[in-house]
Design a protein around this ligand. Structure first.
Ligand code: AMP
Ligand code: GLY
Length: 418
């Protein structure tokens, strides 16, 4: 089969790496891809958000299956467009991808179907939002409604901080139109765990639980990033909690979307907080997480294309999804200065040495040029290793990262430990 993956980060490298192992995949393409993806797939220079261009290329080149990985093309209706062109596509349609694209929508859905989450109110009026904050007091959480590259959330510890966040979103339009509507919610406390789940519109199969590290520096300090590392499974996600999540959160979410006429096919990302009152939803995403996907797919023992096809066909209940025992850890090597300001274009050395140590190096922001691999983004590489235990997986990822270097390389030294 000819398969196209849409996207070009570490997550897409892991997806391509796993799909390339499927005997059914005879030709693998990735648009736009990156320097590492080019080792396992043919990169196609089409922007991930170019819905028309992607559909046209997929049709002209007779793709049998397309996997859309990032949030923006999903929200823009790329899966809908591919389906209309007669090409089977993995990922939610726009009307289901809205669980990520609109926080106001997802909060409303959870309220209507009694899915546990933080108490909240939605505002389009600045004065009403400010009055609500003053009435509720701090700590309190302010969120821009739309997609804001993961940066539209402020966990404010004082009323002043929350007021400033609302003003920046609604008055100064810091996130453009994404901030015209804000969601203000109760601050929840507890460990955070991510569970990704395959869905076929009706059935849902959770993957291994995971945790990521959003802050840039050790000890969870510094600005929020797309993620500086991740590991799986999470020791905090016990079988009892898993059972509760399935019953109180996962199955009700799939049923709610179906009941609303928005059947979800693809991967639902459940961002969970394990509060003292039980697990609650922090956020939904409509896609695989990055970097959680890198360790999770490293543990998958089933043909990924079979799973994707079952999600599209509505036969997920007939697939036996198997996982390796042990654990996996992904350590992100980033450009110095990320996520604020950084330089790109530096040569990377030591990649072959890292892989010789048994790790898989997924490329997030690289490009191949004249036989060299250059940095081309904030998050550059995700060094991913498995082990019999989480400690072994962490040690293996750090050991494999040792030979790798590029100018101003930055990474956290405490992935998996805090
Ligand atoms: P989100 O983009 O919704 O995942 O939010 C980003 C981060 O903000 C989450 O990973 C949490 O650490 C934090 N956060 C979001 N909502 C809440 C909440 N209601 N209470 C406490 N922390 C939150
Ligand atoms: N790692 C967080 C995300 O993918 O949204």
């Amino acid at each position: 089969m000819k398969v196209l993956v849409v996207g070009g980060g570490g997550r897409e490298h892991a997806i391509c790496w796993k799909l390339a192992q499927s005997p059914k995949v005879t030709e693998l393409y990735c648009a736009p891809g990156n320097g590492g993806i080019a080792q396992v797939a043919t990169c196609v220079p089409i922007k991930a958000t170019d819905v028309d261009g992607m559909g046209k290329w997929a049709k002209e080149n007779a793709m049998d299956f397309v996997m859309v990985a990032p949030d923006d093309p999903l929200a823009l209706g790329m899966v809908d467009a591919l389906e209309q062109a007669g090409i089977p596509a993995f990922g939610p349609r726009a009307n289901a991808a809205i669980i990520e694209a609109s926080k106001a929508f997802s909060k409303e859905l959870m309220k209507k179907y009694h899915i546990p989450t933080a108490q909240y109110e939605t505002f389009t009026d600045l004065d009403k939002a400010l009055a609500y904050i003053r009435a509720q007091g701090a700590p309190i959480v302010v969120k821009a409604d739309g997609l804001a590259l993961g940066k539209g959330v402020v966990v404010a510890s004082t009323v002043e901080e929350a007021e400033q966040a609302v003003r920046e979103m609604m008055e100064d339009k810091k996130f453009g139109e994404s901030g015209s509507t804000v969601v203000i919610e109760e601050c929840m406390v507890g460990p955070e765990v991510t569970v990704l789940a395959f869905c076929d519109g009706e059935h849902l199969v959770p993957m291994l639980s995971s945790q990521d590290h959003k802050r840039a520096y050790d000890g969870n300090q510094g600005p929020n990033t797309g993620g500086m590392g991740a590991f799986c499974p999470s020791p905090k996600y016990t079988p009892e909690i898993a059972e509760r999540c399935m019953k109180e959160i996962f199955l009700p979410t799939v049923a709610a979307l179906k009941a609303e006429g928005r059947p979800f096919k693809g991967v639902i990302y459940f961002g969970l907080m394990l509060t003292k009152d039980g697990p609650r939803v922090v956020e939904y995403n409509a896609r695989f997480g990055d970097p959680e996907t890198q360790p999770i797919l490293s543990m998958l023992d089933t043909d990924l294309l079979d799973i994707f096809q079952a999600c599209v066909d509505g036969t997920l209940d007939q697939v036996d999804i198997k996982w390796k025992s042990g654990a996996a850890c992904c350590l992100v090597l980033a450009s110095g200065g990320y996520p604020v300001k950084y330089q790109s274009g530096y040569p990377i050395s030591g990649l072959a040495e890292a892989e010789a140590l048994g790790a898989t190096v997924f490329h997030a922001g690289t490009k191949a040029e004249d036989g060299a691999v250059l940095t081309a983004g904030g998050r550059v590489l995700g060094v991913t290793a498995t082990g019999g235990t989480l400690e072994e997986a962490i040690a293996a990822a750090y050991a494999a990262a040792k030979p790798i270097s590029f100018q101003d390389m930055h990474f956290r030294t405490d992935i998996g430990k805090v």
